[in-house]
Design a protein around this ligand. Sequence first.
Ligand code: SF4
Length: 352
Amino acid sequence: MISRPMQRHNLRDMRQEEVVAFCQRLGHPAYRGRQLFAWLYRPGVRSFAQMTDLPKKFRAQLAATASLDLPEVAEVQRSEDGTRKLLFRLADGVRIESVLIPEEERQTLCVSTQAGCAMGCVFCMTGRLGFRRNLRPAEIVGQVIAARNLLAAETAPPLTNLVFMGMGEPLANLANCLAAIDILTDQRGLDFSPRRLTVSTSGLAPKIHELGRRCQGKINLAISLHAPNDAIRDQLMPVNHTYPIAALLAACRAYPLPRRKRIMIEYILIKGINDADTHAQALGRLLRGLRVKINLLPYNPVEGVAFHPPSAERVARFQEILWQQGYTVLLRQSRGQDIDAACGQLAGRASA
Ligand code: SF4
């Protein structure tokens, strides 16, 4: 008879309560599980041997049954503007990336939630490459740990903001994203404030309702809208055929936003497609009554896609029309273009 190697449980895929339950199944009290969970997220912990206040016998038992696997950083690319792209090689050889964007008062990490993406937005390179697989919680959280380690090694200011806006559609991998969010925001985990965490979606309306229920609005929501009407959105984002703008905005209205919080509306301006004055006016009418901020992003050209960014004057005019309607409108510049890492499109790779 061929004996199969025992499958080890990756503790970094587990929420605190799951680590506690795992330890209890091994015959240990709950407090040991809590102690173990805290060890998982201390800087530099790579082995059970480092967890010196856990009994030796327990550590040996863990080494035999569990793992601490994190995605391996294959390469770090640096942009002239300070943006860094972290390229990861996962255990099965799949590659993903995240982008670290330093700004005056923030360090933002744009995190991937899937390898590839099935949503097929026509302006996005990730969408064109297709879907490989969902990322596990440890593969999502691992990107944050790697960025934290990189910043510590550079004695740079720590991470302040996380955006699930890299490769993939987070809400198509909601269960694993929710587990990752719980680990990231757990005080014994990475202790990240949920107010500093944003999940961005291309518009999976039922999942927006679910995210709102599960996180009770504590997590910021961003919507990749990119069009002022269904006719244009249908052309740009296939998801709109299933969940048209009315369904998407109904989900936004139902999202349990805390007072003073607003939903971020992402809008990539594409020359001749969605950048006319009439489009800005229609966008303003569409969003009326919703608590939103609008983020305009001039299109970042992608190889093989016949779209172009509008002129600076056109962008300014679009922004002005929305201002006149009373909206807060931010203009985001692409960062890290020389390393193919502009967040918002990840240089055309991802902006879910
Ligand atoms: S823009 Fe986002 S949702 Fe659309 S294909 Fe790219 S990664 Fe997927």
